[in-house]
Design a protein around this ligand. Structure first.
Ligand SMILES: O=C([O-])CC(=O)C(=O)O
Ligand SMILES: [Mg+2]
Length: 414
């Protein structure tokens, strides 16, 4: 572990600090180049955009640029460590946008006092970008922040920790339950955590067929039930009409444990109590709710996923956010709606059932084969087919649902 610590610090420090930089897409060698890039030539696109704002997509980098914006109040599973400390994560998201979907991305860390201040700041700069990816903003403020920004911004606004996580979780869950021979409509879910990702995941699973009465969500005070008077409006959506109160009460016979909380919150005792053929997605980053080795040592009939890249079944929003934005930008969608999100769920889930190309296997030297099954319920982030498959499905859904300004599907190289 200390080895990875030093490697990670060195990776970030050398050869130059940080993970991203700006590169130029036009020549700037001669005085003529400068006359075009800057004064006087630059005045021409200025006039064009002033006359018609859509020309910003034609003459600037707007259409391929996504801002990754945070206040650092819920950094991974590490907590509220402030805007500046979140910068490595936001640069990391920018790296992933660029590497996986060729989207140029800028990280923006905002210091603010009230949610209104944050909303006003983002709304004031939103026109600069083709899309806004909100990241690592704690609940419940993230809900009102996203809602207000969707209403005020002309470009898609997407809170990755809610919807990116929910889309990938739903895709993996649909596949894992299928492998375990269970119907999503019959499955009993225990969701540990009641923050942004938890509420979004369970909302998405309900849209994909889960039965709300079979969902037990827990916060730091235990089971969220209809007798509680301390629930915000978002948690209240998942108040179960039950007399079960504790994790032990609800884990008994549960088909699914979904962890979106913090490290090591369940142990062998809880895992042993789950139904036959359970599914455990322990998604707290970087340290899961239960270590895979412990879960597997406890029973052999489970399917296990985590948020990490160093175990099988990585349930991580990286499988979604680069590609959902690629599809949204390509047809200049005005928002990322439910139709687009559900199209992404099914495109990601379907890809896990396809034979895996050799190029993907090469990126994972420790695995000899990958095929649909308990150790492979989701495609790998390195899978080059994610880009065409997910972006195409999302772009098509945007067109079909009437939110695309460009009504034709781009050519995606398979
Ligand atoms: O960055 C990751 O690995 C996933 C994520 O968004 C988070 O945990 O907040
Ligand atoms: Mg995040």
């Amino acid at each position: 572990m200390s080895d990875i610590r030093q490697q990670a610090l060195d990776y970030h420090e050398f050869p130059i600090p940080g993970k991203t930089a700006v590169c130029l897409t036009k020549p700037a060698e001669t005085s003529h180049d400068l006359a075009l890039a800057y004064s006087p030539g630059v005045a021409e696109p200025v006039r064009e955009i002033a006359a018609n704002p859509d020309n910003a997509y034609r003459y600037t980098n707007k259409g391929n640029t996504v801002a990754v914006i945070t206040n650092g109040t819920a950094i991974l599973g590490l907590g509220n460590l402030g805007p500046l400390a979140s910068k490595p994560v936001m640069e990391g998201k920018a790296l992933l946008f660029k590497h996986f979907a060729n989207i140029d991305s800028t990280d923006i860390e905002i210091t603010h006092n009230t949610p209104e201040e944050f909303i006003n700041t983002v709304a004031a700069i939103a026109d600069t970008f083709g899309g806004i990816n909100l990241e690592d903003i704690k609940a419940p403020e993230c809900f009102v922040i996203e809602r207000e920004l969707i209403a005020r911004c002309k470009v898609p606004v997407f809170h990755d920790d809610q919807h990116g996580t929910a889309i990938v979780t739903a895709a993996g869950m649909i596949n894992a339950l299928e492998i375990q021979g269970k119907l999503i409509s019959d499955a009993t879910f225990v969701c540990m955590g009641a923050g942004a990702a938890a509420i979004a995941c369970m909302t998405m699973l309900v849209k994909c067929g889960a039965n709300r009465a079979n969902i037990y969500m827990l916060d730091t005070k235990g089971v969220i039930h209809s007798g509680r008077t301390d629930l915000n409006e978002y948690k209240a959506l998942f108040a179960n009409d039950t007399d079960k109160r504790t994790l032990l009460d609800v884990i008994k016979g549960a088909d699914v444990f979904l962890g979106l909380s913090g490290p090591d919150v369940i142990g062998a005792e809880e895992v042993a109590l789950m139904a036959d053929k359970p599914v455990i997605f322990a998604c707290s980053n970087p340290d899961p709710e239960i270590k895979p080795a412990l879960a597997h040592a406890t029973r052999s009939d489970l399917i296990m996923g985590t948020g990490r890249s160093d175990y099988p079944n990585q349930v991580n929003n990286v499988l979604c956010f680069p590609f959902i934005f690629r599809g949204a930008l390509d047809v200049r969608a005005s928002c990322i709606n439910d139709e687009m999100k559900i199209a992404a769920v099914h495109a990601i889930a379907a890809l896990a059932k396809e034979p895996v190309p050799a190029s993907v296997l090469k990126a994972y030297p420790n695995v000899s084969s990958l095929s649909f099954g308990p150790e492979y319920v989701l495609p790998k982030p390195m899978d080059p087919r994610l880009l065409p498959n997910v972006a195409r499905a999302v772009a098509q859904a945007a067109i079909d649902s009437g939110v695309a300004a460009i009504p034709t599907l781009p050519q995606y190289a398979d």
